[in-house]
Design a protein around this ligand. Sequence first.
Ligand code: ADP
Length: 161
Amino acid sequence: MRRAIYPGSFDPITNGHLDVVERALRLFDEVIIAVAQNSDKNPLFTLQERTDLVREAILALPDHKRLRIECLEGLLVDYAEAREATAVIRGLRAVSDFEFEFQLALMNRKLNPRIETIFLMPKDNYTYLSSRIVKEIARLGGAIDCFVPKSVRTALKNKFL
Ligand code: ADP
């Protein structure tokens, strides 16, 4: 069984994240989406809300039975090892992602050389998409229909009522 972890804040999950999940499912038998608390980023949605939105969003994916959703606790590489995962999935959009992701991947490799980081690129129209931008557009009342699943759209509307 080939298992990977896809960690992130998912504040909230977007179609870009889902695109990465679908690609990861082509490479692995099981993918665990690990939602991180990430208090540094001061999330808009609580951990519970973010996890619930991920759970709802993945139902639209044909292969959702091979997905698990959990809250990420502790050090990522320890978490991956404990779940017998061999890889960590990260999305790469543009050069701007590269420096941070490169640093993170090398640090994780240093911490645990058995866990490989795999970068997946989304469909080109999702390369400019981020949770941060979606929140900003929603806050200003713009249309986000093609960027996020319906449940996320509703949740964002309710946040900015
Ligand atoms: P984090 O706080 O860990 O960066 P995010 O939820 O912002 O959490 O992102 C999780 C992962 O998903 C990161 O590797 C990020 O680069 C990737 N990602 C985010 N948005 C997209 C997108 N539109 N297309 C592809 N990958 C993405």
